[in-house]
Design a protein around this ligand. Structure first.
Ligand code: ZN
Length: 500
């Protein structure tokens, strides 16, 4: 047992406790807190985040981290925590404190202005602030860049360690070359899928009841988690015995249904993290992309497959008799897989989703590394939508102002969303070789699939990065071909593209 690590752990435990408190307030804010609470609770969160910053970023911690880095008696989990905290400190150390704080203020302001601009559908209101945000982010990335590293690569590495433009260009080029024509073929197909029966006048209670059943069915453990309602569905975790998901209810029965399966996928990841890692700096999912791979795996690869619904479709029919009584299983499964190009990323189907992300990736790259000016964004955005998705947004709200990410300075975040689907597809083809995947779904034996994911992915938390996980699990580094293969097989069949 290392003395330096024991001393360091006291600071880290304190930091993690602050973080848990902040997370709980954020959860509360989005679900149950009264409307008027916002500002004063904001003060509490502000103080807690200052305490967190202090607990992590001080001279004693820096000294202990140095000692621990020299210490080869640390076990794997301890060494990983030291690596993680070093990374955090390094990030903070590169950036002058005044600039860091100035950016924090700017970003809070930027989110407010973005919200207003979106409401008023006025990009020019947001543009000057966005310009400043971009400048800060470029400056910070410049401080942090190592040996000629490109600025956008620094940003990308924050969200998906091990991924840079070289690798992502290959991924998105594949997506562009294969999925854009696939979507065109789908649109020209004579097969028209019905989905009108998914819309209706449902009560929240009706949806909640079946939603809770679905969460449990995929493995969400209500002894270690809760489900609530919020404007946008999300998952939050305090530790592996307290993981919380939210959903929203509207006139589409599949909306809350699949959002619950999606968030349950995130939750299963967090619930599956090893006990010795939870409540430490490596006690959460490996990366953004790996997290999305698990949520999308459950939502799409499992949840939108025919096999998944075989044992439980009757139950769904009973929950929504007026809509589903006369709708057979196949018709239902086809409906929840219908592809329709639209403007809004968060509402996109499985086929078009990655194209929304491709557009953001290309624009960010040009904004950070190329010569695209903030003022020219709306036009560039609309042009790309027209080119890849065949639709041109008429409003800013449906176009360049739809996502919050840029106002927060989160450049480099978007690719993880698409990587998640691609990781999932790679895992899927490997798992099919190891088990009778479809058969397990049809028999309702999801625990076999869940256990496999826990054993190979969930338990490790941040001990491995996403590429390591893929390598160790599938025997292959990240390979975008599986994603394309998956979508092609699925949509060619669904829209009978090979039958002339
Ligand atoms: Zn998600």
């Amino acid at each position: 047992m290392s003395k330096a690590f024991d001393s360091l752990k006291v600071y880290l435990d304190r930091a993690m406790a602050m973080k848990a408190a902040m997370v709980l307030f954020e959860w509360d804010d989005a679900t149950l807190a009264p409307k008027a609470a916002g500002e004063l609770t904001g003060n509490v969160i502000g103080i807690l985040s200052g305490e967190y910053f202090q607990a992590v970023n001080n001279e004693a911690v820096k000294k202990l981290v140095e000692e621990c880095r020299e210490d080869d008696s640390l076990d794997e989990a301890e060494a990983a925590q030291v690596r993680e905290i070093s990374r955090e400190l390094e990030k903070l150390d590169c950036i002058p404190q005044e600039e860091y704080q100035a950016f924090a203020r700017l970003s809070a302001e930027a989110v407010r202005i973005w919200t207003e601009a979106k409401e008023k559908d006025d990009f020019e209101l947001f543009a000057p602030t966005l310009k400043k945000v971009v400048e800060y982010q470029k400056k910070f990335a410049g401080y942090r860049a190592k040996d000629g590293q490109k600025k956008y690569d620094v940003m990308l590495d924050d969200y998906e360690p091990g991924f840079n433009m070289e690798l992502l260009d290959r991924f998105f080029d594949t997506v562009k070359a294969e999925i854009v024509p696939l979507l065109k073929a789908v649109e020209e197909s004579r097969v028209k899928l019905r989905d009108d029966f998914l819309t209706g006048d449902f009560t929240d209670e009706q949806q909640e009841q079946i939603g809770r059943f679905m969460a449990e069915y995929v493995g969400f453990d209500f002894n270690k988690g809760v489900m609530a309602v919020s404007a946008h569905p999300f998952t939050t975790n305090l530790h592996n015995k307290d993981v919380r998901i939210t959903t929203h209810y509207n006139e589409r029965l599949d909306s809350s249904l699949f959002s619950i399966i999606h968030e349950s996928g995130h939750a299963l990841y967090e619930m599956g993290i090893r006990d010795d890692l939870t409540q430490t700096m490596v006690g959460e999912g490996a990366s953004m992309g790996m997290h999305e791979s698990q949520s999308r795996f459950f939502e799409n690869i499992i949840g939108r497959s025919r096999g998944f619904w075989v044992p439980i479709y009757e139950k769904l029919q009973e929950a929504f008799p007026e809509n589903l009584q006369d709708i057979g299983l196949d018709m239902f499964v086809n409906a929840v897989n219908k592809a329709v190009p639209g403007f809004i990323r968060t509402e996109a189907d499985e086929l078009t989703y990655s194209l929304h992300v491709l557009i953001r990736y290309e624009l960010e790259k040009q904004l950070i590394e190329g010569d695209l000016e903030v003022e020219a964004l709306p036009e560039a955005w609309a042009d790309k939508y027209e080119e890849y998705l065949g639709v041109r947004p008429e409003t800013m709200r449906e176009g360049v102002l739809q996502d919050i990410h840029w106002s927060q300075g989160s450049f480099g975040y978007f690719p993880s969303y698409a990587l998640g689907s691609a990781f999932g597809a790679q895992l899927y083809y490997h798992m099919k070789k190891e088990m009778d995947f479809e058969g397990l779904l049809e028999d309702g034996k999801l625990e076999v699939i869940r256990e496999y994911l826990r054993e190979h992915i969930h338990q490790y938390g941040k001990l491995k990065d996403s590429r390591r996980i893929l390598m160790d699990t599938t025997g292959e580094d990240f390979n975008p071909e599986y994603f394309v293969k998956y979508l092609k097989e699925k949509y060619e069949k669904l829209y009978q593209l090979n039958e002339k």
